[in-house]
Design a protein around this ligand. Structure first.
Ligand code: NAD
Length: 294
């Protein structure tokens, strides 16, 4: 029997990221427990006192514990120097007890994230953001894939959105989200035909209306209205904007759910999936490092 998915009031499938995250965390817990509970350790590095960053890091640690993983946390003040941050990350890179390293971005102004990220060996780069991991993704080699776009792929898969032969539009071309998202959608075996749209794309609405799948990662509150959406399309909201109305996504959920075939809620869509994929990458890291049985 095929699974009955939860629907929105307008009849679209609700691509529930909280639910899928919980399933993934439970699977990871079961896998680690079945292997006799070997230590699988995620290290987080937080520099400065950006409030959202602190919340993200705390959520990652909490979910790591639920997945039967250990976490290690290094915290540095907003006045930390470049060399202090590099020393901290270098120490975790060299520590055989640490399998995954996550440096919470953005770093405070004046610090260069690139030289910090380059200290993370590809096996421990569970965020998938270093040049070596990105290069592996482009070349189709084994390595860690950035968590947010990977989470989008997991949602499409879990909620039965067909990718093969589909037309996809990704709004946003950052190295964190949009660019790797396009690579993942176009991969062999996924076989969508992705278009990379950005702030200089003319007639964005028309471009999006051609799509079977829209991934909105622009950081523009409610950019994607019902007029952008072809009836039945899957719409995934990655954007986060802090407005006077609170936290708002790139998708006008209320209007879009009347037209779309499937849609993510915001919050509760891509955010929890980013954490789930970080933890999956951490277990994969432990495997790559020979600390967890294959
Ligand atoms: P970014 O600012 O680096 O990139 C935004 C991209 O959107 C740019 O390429 C820009 O060309 C494009 N863009 C901006 N305005 C546009 C417009 N009006 N029309 C078309 N394209 C436009 O941001 P990012 O790091 O890629 O993050 C994107 C959004 O996703 C942000 O809101 C961020 O907070 C959010 N985010 C969410 C998660 C999650 O887990 N859900 C993770 C990472 C980032």
């Amino acid at each position: 029997m095929t699974e009955q998915f939860e629907l929105t009031a307008g009849g679209a499938v609700l691509m529930n990221g909280n639910r899928l995250r919980d399933e993934i965390v439970a699977e990871l817990n079961a896998e680690i427990t079945a292997a006799g509970g070997p230590a699988v350790c995620l290290a987080t590095v937080l520099v400065g006192d950006d409030k959202p960053s602190r919340i993200y890091v705390r959520n990652k640690q909490r979910k790591a514990a639920e997945a039967a993983m250990e976490s290690r946390h290094v915290e540095l003040g907003a006045d930390a120097s470049q060399s202090e941050v590099e020393e901290a990350v270098g120490g975790l890179a060299a520590d055989p007890g640490v399998h995954g390293i996550l440096v919470q971005l953005p770093l405070p102004e004046g610090l260069d994230p690139d030289t910090v990220l380059e200290l993370i060996p590809p096996e421990k780069d569970v965020d998938g953001l270093t040049p070596r991991s990105m290069g592996r993704l482009v070349r189709g080699q084994r390595g860690h894939v950035p968590c947010t776009p990977l989470g989008v792929m997991r949602l499409l898969d879990r909620y039965g959105v067909a990718t093969s032969g589909s037309r996809a539009v990704v709004i946003g071309r950052s190295t964190l989200v949009g660019l790797p998202q396009v690579l993942l959608l176009g991969r062999k075996g996924v076989d969508a035909t992705p278009t990379l749209a950005h702030s200089r794309t003319p007639e964005l609405q028309e471009v999006c209306r051609q799509a079977d799948i829209i991934v909105a990662a622009a950081g523009m509150a409610r950019l994607v209205t019902a007029d952008f959406v072809r009836p039945g399309a899957a719409v995934i909201d990655v954007g986060i904007s802090r407005t006077t109305d609170g936290i708002v996504g790139d998708v006008d959920f209320e209007a879009v759910q009347e037209v779309a075939g499937a849609v993510t809620p915001m919050p509760g869509g891509t955010g929890p999936m980013t954490i789930a994929c970080l933890l999956q990458n951490t277990l994969a890291a432990a495997r790559m490092l020979g600390a967890f049985p294959d």
